[in-house]
Design a protein around this ligand. Structure first.
Ligand code: GLA
Length: 399
């Protein structure tokens, strides 16, 4: 798909002139490492070949006028406008990012924007981060300015905290900004150091970037449950504060422990002794999940997909039982997939309480697995599709 051309044409049809810049920003799946970013842990997201696309032109009046193809709606606002005044939620991200960015780049102009793409929104594939990053990159394009990758991700994360009221971690924004094709992004959320890890099922050989694109017989699939539970945002914030409470309790009793990094799997039982049961479970998830991410990176480096698949499944069990962020619909799809021949592993991905399941599937079994899942969940699930890795956000056309 030539997004530059398509978005350029749709922008022109709507606003009567050509855009100055067109940007694409990918969604992501998280291969493993959920609910660890905001505790300074490790995560392993992979940007996917579905994206938010923003075409933009500068405005002299300092206003933001944006049309969303997904919502069929044009909204306008001033930079820094109170977002509560905006009834629609997608505009919060646009206004939030533009306002946060203007603090850093004072000569940022207003903008007319067309927003489209093929990333399902609200499905747990980081559509908000993609919208934030696409907006930010488009506005930077209008101002002819650059901001370093990590800072850009942080500006977008801050906008989400301040303007959308979602206390998210940094994983989604960084994955959207920094990913490379053929690679997953191993991210240390304390130091913000990253490592691009070759994805074996997209690379014929390890080490040579030119090799990617070769398929070694496996596919990563996404099953969109179509479910979004209302409790999601409140529960996310609650998990964050439960983690903070748990760490505080551990530190009171163990002078040696400063951060989650100081905890080892072997000492979980000892440090959670006497703690409320729920908090103890949260600790178990965070500590074991961080270890699984490191093991998963090693498994990818060895091209050991059987172990990688098992780690995915163990991660799901931990999110379901210890962190309690899954839900019935997601668990049923994961169970169904896990029991099938040709499926190496399956798990929820992202924040949870609905959203998407990912599974690593032998290519030879893909058609059968798809048919069986669709038959078992006909009417209840929204979509089943293969995803491939993608580059981070980029300008795809410029006037
Ligand atoms: C959401 C947040 C991320 C991360 C995941 C769970 O996607 O935006 O920061 O916390 O949930 O891993």
């Amino acid at each position: 798909m030539d997004w530059g051309q398509l978005a350029g044409r749709l922008f022109r049809d709507r606003f009567g002139h050509a855009p100055a810049v067109v940007v694409r920003a990918p969604g992501r799946v998280n291969l493993i490492g959920d609910h660890t970013d905001y505790t300074g842990g490790s995560v392993l997201p992979m940007a996917i070949d579905r994206q938010v696309v923003v075409a933009a032109g500068a405005r002299e009046d300092g206003q933001l006028v944006a049309y969303s193809e997904a919502f069929g709606q044009t909204l306008s606002a001033g930079l820094g406008d109170s977002v509560a005044a905006n009834s629609s939620s997608w505009m919060r991200y646009v206004v939030g990012v533009a306002t946060s960015l203007k603090r850093r780049i004072p000569n940022l102009p207003g903008a007319t924007m067309w927003i489209g793409g093929d990333l399902p929104h609200g499905a747990g594939l980081a559509s908000s981060a993609a919208l934030e990053v696409a907006t930010a990159r488009a506005m930077l394009g209008l101002a002819n300015e650059e901001v370093p990758d990590i800072e850009l991700a942080e500006i977008c994360q801050r906008a989400e905290h301040e303007f959308a009221g979602a206390p998210c971690g940094i994983m989604d924004q960084l994955a959207c900004v920094m990913s490379r094709k053929g690679r997953a992004l191993f991210l240390d959320c304390t130091s913000l150091e990253t490592k691009h890890v070759a994805i074996p099922w997209e690379n014929a050989g390890v080490g040579k970037v030119a090799d990617y694109g070769e398929d070694n017989g496996h596919a990563l699939v996404v099953v969109d449950t179509g479910v979004k539970h209302e409790i999601a945002s409140g529960e996310y914030a609650r998990r964050r504060s439960e983690c903070a409470d748990a760490l505080r309790l551990i530190r009171e009793k163990n002078a040696r422990v400063r951060t989650w990094r100081d905890l080892d799997e072997k000492e979980i039982d000892q440090v959670v002794a006497g703690m409320p049961v729920e908090l103890a479970r949260r600790v178990r998830h965070v500590v074991t999940e961080n270890a699984r991410v490191v093991d998963a990176v090693h498994a990818l480096e060895r091209r050991d997909l059987a172990t990688f698949g098992q780690l995915m499944s163990r991660s799901h069990e931990s999110l379901r039982d210890d962190f309690e962020v899954s839900c019935l619909e997601v668990d049923m799809i994961v169970d169904c997939l896990s029991g099938m021949r040709g499926v190496l592993g399956a798990r929820m991905t992202g924040g949870g309480f609905g959203g998407c399941v990912i599974a690593l599937v032998e290519r030879a079994s893909l058609a059968r697995v798809e048919k069986q899942v669709k038959r078992s969940f006909s009417g209840s699930m929204r979509d089943f599709f293969e995803v491939r890795s993608a580059r981070g956000a980029e300008v795809v056309a410029r006037d």
